[in-house]
Design a protein around this ligand. Structure first.
Ligand code: NAP
Ligand code: ZN
Length: 351
């Protein structure tokens, strides 16, 4: 074991603060990564504040962070995919059983024994996993991604969660040319959703509660922007969407969006607010519409997404901050005041 510097929440109400954590020394299959940038996902805030208590209670201290980009510093004797000096990415998962049907099908995220990057049991240390708000991390090479060298690293970090979480359902539901696609909420996930829907060739409509984000949404690739609080604007799109991706972090009315779907249209939820939704029967049963969810994406698909981003030069629009501003960033994220992802420059942890 060795020590690593990190930022952790000591309780659901404590601000994140500097600390030292124990990491394992790399075993034969492990890659040790010096973390350069880590994105701030709204899931980090949900977990640091124990908002998902009923589903996955937070174990403290909690070191969040699952949008990790860095450089390999050390590899174990059996590692074949990475060598010291390589760029590397780590997303939301660091392990799974690799033998179940889900793993074999490339859906490690649905494996019953999947291990998330933080706040999950760590078989190596006997404690819980600690995430990317840290100077380094040690991960099995099968859960480490290759980051295209042409991408800006601060902007590439959020691809590891916000990127794959929006790319995966869009691929699954056939987003592409000739499709009308909606994205709800222009936050970290939503702005990646707009970029991917546009890059995949769909007619892309962004739904926002923030009128001041309209110009940005158009610049990011939206063909149209709808202010969701305006009933007239919403009504114009009634029954017309093939697919809608909902990336909102708070409670809101889903029925309003279900009504906008065409026959056989689908709305997929990736946002994970802690309170249950109320869904009316009639908007779903009329027109055979469907409502589903999606969780990040498998390792192979995450690599496919990174390669797609490398080819199309897609990164997240980031505001780079030092780790000392993480608590301020959380408060701003709650006010939808982020354009459009905070990316922590981990060099700030060294000072
Ligand atoms: P974020 O950056 O905070 O963005 C959320 C956006 O939702 C805001 O920018 C805002 O957009 C909109 N919004 C906020 N409050 C709202 C309200 N009361 N009513 C309507 N819209 C509201 O969050 P994020 O990091 O993108 O994450 C979004 C959600 O996805 C979180 O719940 C997170 O935990 C979850 N998540 C899920 C997965 C998965 O695998 N399924 C992966 C990562 C994250 P406008 O200003 O445009 O309205
Ligand atoms: Zn995330």
């Amino acid at each position: 074991m060795h020590n690593a510097k990190a930022y952790a929440a000591a309780s659901a109400t404590a601000p994140l603060a500097s600390t030292t954590i124990a990491r394992r020394d790399p075993t034969a299959n492990d890659v040790q990564v010096e973390i350069l940038f880590c994105g701030i996902c709204h899931s980090d805030l949900h977990q640091a504040r124990d908002e998902w208590h009923d589903m996955m209670p937070t174990v403290y201290p909690c070191v969040p962070g699952h949008e990790i980009v860095g450089r390999v510093t050390k590899v174990g004797s059996a590692v074949t995919k990475f060598k010291a000096g390589d760029l590397a990415g780590v997303g939301c998962m660091v392990d799974s059983d690799r033998t179940c049907p889900e793993c074999k099908a490339g859906f490690e995220q649905f494996c019953n024994n999947m291990i998330l990057t933080y706040n999950f049991p760590d078989k190596h240390t006997g404690s819980v996993t600690y995430g990317g708000y840290s100077d380094s991390i040690v991960v099995d090479e099968n859960f480490v991604l290759k980051v295209p060298a042409n991408l800006n690293l601060a902007g590439a970090a959020p691809l590891l969660c916000a990127g794959i979480t929006t790319y995966s359902p869009m691929r699954h539901w056939g987003v592409g040319k000739g499709k009308k696609v909606g994205v709800v909420g222009l936050g970290g996930l939503g702005h990646m959703g707009v970029k991917f829907a546009h890059a995949l060739g769909a007619h892309t409509v962004l739904f926002t509660t923030s009128p001041n984000k309209k110009e940005d949404a158009l610049r990011l690739g939206a063909d149209e922007v709808v202010i969701s609080k305006n009933a007239d604007e919403m009504n114009k799109h009634m029954g017309s969407f093939d697919f809608i991706l909902d990336a909102v972090a708070a409670d809101h009315d889903l029925n309003a969006y279900i009504n906008l779907l065409a026959r056989d249209g689908n709305i997929t939820l990736v946002g994970a607010p802690p309170t249950p939704f109320q869904i009316a029967a009639f908007p779903l049963i009329f027109r055979r519409r469907s409502f589903s969810g999606s969780l990040i994406g498998g390792i192979a698909e995450t690599q496919e997404m990174l390669d797609f981003c490398g080819k199309h030069n897609i990164t997240s629009d980031v505001e780079v901050i030092p780790i000392q501003k993480v608590n301020e960033a959380y408060e701003r994220m709650l006010k939808s005041d982020v354009k459009y992802r905070f990316s922590i420059d981990m060099a700030s942890l060294k000072g």
